[in-house]
Design a binder for this molecule. Structure first.
Ligand code: NAP
Length: 250
């Protein structure tokens, strides 16, 4: 097992990519703190982890709310004494909007969850990681963090921002033994893309048609990549973005 005795926090782990990351890290022996909006959602993931023979805790916190997230992370430190891995996966998507159709409140909400959530999560785990001179932070960005025109302006800006936060974390805290990596998934089959994939518009069909592997990705594929990146098998990878998109943005 690659992650025996490791403690991992995964945000947004009640669903989709976050849940599969939590399950893959648990399979490799990590204890998982599942953080999501509701404890009920987190408990479902935790039951699946326990069915696999793993363990952890489920905590409710809105990642855009500083106090709630700080309290949840403090509880994890009280319970386990350390944090080895943080995966910032919680995120929201506002659909294929444009500047003209995006209102100010929606822009603030998307930035609040997707970007501020990553800032806060990173901020609150760093002190503990610095103390034990080791840690890995994986931020789930998107191919929309590398290109314009693939999503709404709010989502695109939030995901570009996540890549900036990742680079800054890696640059400033590398000397403290901390690695940070941004993942850029393409189109992955989850609740977030359910509507787009259920009745694909001409634009969605064109996107899938343009993917060299001619299919969308599965959350398990992201989970397995994260399990590798946070392990001792990837000790020299930091500050970079890794695209996992079936070739979508070649
Ligand atoms: P998902 O199935 O909708 O999962 C998102 C999770 O985040 C849900 O459990 C959701 O909880 C939680 N969440 C939402 N707002 C939150 C908040 N304020 N605080 C705490 N948790 C919150 O979507 P997904 O596809 O797995 O997305 C995971 C990440 O991958 C996101 O950052 C997304 O932008 C990114 N991504 C997805 C794709 C894709 O094609 N699916 C591609 C590139 C990147 P509730 O269910 O209770 O709302």
């Amino acid at each position: 097992m690659k992650l025996k005795d490791k403690i991992a926090i995964v945000t947004g782990a009640s669903s989709g990519i976050g849940r599969q990351i939590a399950l893959e890290l648990a399979k490799e022996g990590a204890k998982i703190a599942v953080i999501d909006l509701t404890k009920e959602g987190g408990d479902k993931t935790l039951s699946q982890i326990k069915e696999q023979g793993g363990g952890g805790i489920a905590l409710a916190a809105d990642v855009s709310q500083a106090k709630a997230l700080k309290d949840a992370i403090s509880k994890v430190i009280r319970e386990y004494g350390k944090i080895d891995i943080l995966v910032n996966s919680a995120g929201i998507f506002d659909g294929p909007e444009t500047f003209l159709t995006t209102d100010e409140e929606t822009f603030d909400k998307i930035i609040g969850v997707n970007l501020r959530g990553v800032f806060l999560g990173t901020k609150y785990v760093l002190e503990n990681m610095i103390q034990h001179h080791s840690g890995v932070i994986i931020n789930i960005a998107s191919v929309a963090g590398l290109r314009g025109g693939l999503a709404s302006p709010s989502y695109t800006a939030s995901k570009h921002g996540i890549i900036g936060l990742t680079k800054d974390t890696a640059a400033v805290y590398g000397a403290d033994g901390i690695r940070a990596i941004a993942l850029c998934p393409g189109m992955i089959q989850t609740a977030m893309t359910q509507d787009l994939l259920a009745e694909p518009s001409a634009q969605t069909q064109a996107i899938i048609g343009s993917i060299p592997l001619k299919r969308v990705g599965q959350p398990e594929e992201i989970g397995k990549l994260v399990a590798f990146l946070v392990s001792d098998q990837a000790p020299y990878i930091t500050g970079t973005t890794i695209v996992i998109d079936g070739g979508m943005i070649i």
